[in-house]
Write a protein that binds this ligand. Sequence first.
Ligand code: CA
Length: 239
Amino acid sequence: MTLPTFDHLPRVLVVEDEEPLARVVASYLERDGFEVQIAGDGVEAIARARDSAPGVIILDVGLPGIDGVEVCRAVRTFSDCYIIMLTARAEEVDKLVGLSVGADDYLTKPFSPRELVARVRAMLRRPRQSATAGGDEHAVATFGPLTIDIEGREAHLDGGLVDLTRTEFDVLAALAARPRMVFSRHQLIEAVWGAGWVGNEHLVDVHIGHVRRKLGDDPVAPIFIRTFRGIGYRMGPGE
Ligand code: CA
């Protein structure tokens, strides 16, 4: 997977079978300058995600036929675009976070379309950490065999490119930009998802879990991302 940079506003794919809701969401996004496509079911969603390479997908969980969870998993096999899942109940978010389906963010219905647009905007303003990394345009952080090119948005392990999604990279880059700092979940959320984000903080653990797996990091004795029980995470070895 490549990590394209957005020189202009990316295309947004709205996947929702309730047509009036899809239209409302689309019109708010269009008013904000986004180019929007709508898909009414999972099969169409996967086809459009493949053909038109949207930068962001707004994905309802409850879809006829292939549900949003399966769509998310399918899209993740060929795209690292941002995915915001829409759920019918808050409890559903807990379940999906636990299943670690690969979404970047979640919103529970009913939601304000303004809030949705704000979240899309916040995602596209990443990475925030470059502003706090001392202004070095080509900051490369090295942790043993792992190098993280923050501006280039690439991580290499033993010289090989690590296949991270955007959010996974953002979490890793936030930790790497301040290697001596123990980040609480809340601080990582502020660094990656943005201040004012409201949701399930265990989303952080899920993304950390994905990054660790892709780095071959042992959750019991990690070399790259250390857990501080009851506090949060920091770069470096140790449990
Ligand atoms: Ca639906």
